[in-house]
Design a protein around this ligand. Sequence first.
Ligand code: PLP
Length: 451
Amino acid sequence: TASAAPRDPATLATSAPERTDAYWMPFTANRQFKAEPRLLASAEGMYYRSVDGREILDGTAGLWCCNAGHARPQIVAAIQRQAATLDFAPSFQMGHPLPFVLAERLAALAPAPLQHVFYTNSGSESVDTALKIALAYHRVRGEGQRTRLIGREKGYHGVGFGGISVGGLANNRKFFGALLPGVDHLPHTLDLRRNAFSRGLPKHGAELADELERLVALHDASTIAAVIVEPIAGSAGVILPPEGYLQRLREICTKHGILLIFDEVITGFGRVGDCFAAQRFGVVPDMITTAKGLSNGAAPMGAVFVSQAIHEAFMNGPEGAIELFHGYTYSGHPLACAAALATLDVYAEENLFAAAHELGDYWEERIHALQGLPNVIDIRNYGLVGAVELAARPDAPGSRGYEVFKRAFHEQNLMVRCTGDTIALSPPLILNREHIDRIFDRLGATIRATA
Ligand code: PLP
């Protein structure tokens, strides 16, 4: 029943809502969730607190985004200060100082040629922005016939029409019509026959990159604008690039004048031990798409990093001409910029990008100790990313993963992700060995209990 007096906003945010009908939840089985909700009320450091008062260990940095942990006072203060100083400023033919300051900071963190930054509000927008920049780049250079985009099977590049077109997950594509024309896909690199339980990067499979040569032979390089891949595919269940695979993709793209885009929405900002996977793997793409860890999840923000060469191609037209007809009302939003600047400070002051190096071995040891538990058919890890793949029930694929996810939350106070029957982990980079022990003790107990 609706109470006569409105509840105060603080209580609204920390207690279960009276009604759940109106909210259509994203990527969620709404009816199942609403029958047994999992609601978070507050967060600090490595932990969430649920509305029923339990402390939940965060094994996923929220949704791969809170790399510096939760409610960091510096970030909170920066957002509060900015909201009271300049809440909003248009970014079209206008500006405010922070996006300029932030772009210089970001450019200094990126691989050398990627010195220009275009702001978005999400990973999906970053992907669609990068695809549009790729098409427009070829066009401004007089190669407008390069319109084909190449993604990869099992790829996840957000939910815009560009992103689902180059993406490779059937459920995200099949309901939405014909999608973008002229898209093709590389094969994915998940090969459990040869690489099950391999630690770090798989040894086998670099030759899968040569499939790009096959697509070039089929379509001709003169029709292909760009290739987009996640260096480590996250949403499909943590799929790693075989050793040498990304290097090979880079060589083939360079040889044929095709742009290479790394979607680093989850690998960016320290997840694999450097700011970007591009640096960790020693492969420099032409663009990098980011979001999530950029602002520690504390404000919606994304960014596309663009190479000097691409940027210069746009800067040759008439002085007064708009170089790119693209952008968002909230591109470079003051609150998001403030959050991102404070986030970069925390990353630097606490040297958090090194955490995946320092803790990566222990993380690997602990996650692989789950081998042998019931239904565990593969374990994958790199940096502070991990996945435990469970055997699918033939009659109900995905149900085993969901069961582990749900019971970990309710019975073990542990937050993990499930994508199908794979349990994915990506903790805040502030964790220590005890947190790692707790994560895998609780996950192991859940897998046993679920068997
Ligand atoms: N690209 C990758 C690699 C992602 O993992 C995600 C989200 O998980 C996205 C794009 C989409 O980001 P967003 O949900 O912020 O639109």
